[in-house]
Design a protein around this ligand. Sequence first.
Ligand code: ZN
Length: 160
Amino acid sequence: MDAVSPATRHRPTSPDAVRRRALVNRLNLTTGFGLLVARLGRARRRPGPEGLILAEGYRLKFPIAGAFTVGNVVLTARTFDELEASSPGVLGHESRHAWQYYRLGLAFFPLYGAAAAWSWLRFRDPAIGNVFEKQAGLVSGSYVESALHRPQRRRPDVRN
Ligand SMILES: [Zn+2]
């Protein structure tokens, strides 16, 4: 069944497609790079859904995000159980980033950087106008709710 949850826009993926993604992201070196980042951040690894590798307890301060994905590796400073409880659908969001690596390989990094810069210039926010985040679903990645990605509020026009 191909039900799409309206809450997360998560579309279950066939096992074959998931295996193909894991293979391609290994061959295009992005998963290997993600494993290296996980090791540098001293994260604990465990297998996740859809062939993803979950890396929890990531200790480095960059990037500033609840979770982020490199190849098939999804990293967080917390645990994914905590993260899913506070931001339901976050793994579906990160899984869509893994598909972006599948399509773009290492070119993801400069293209994502350019999209984040463009978004920053327009909105003073790296995610709101970022085509990669929009495609992955901003809300399910908790970008809209998170303090980091909340669009800046206008100060009330107070006059003395
Ligand atoms: Zn994202």
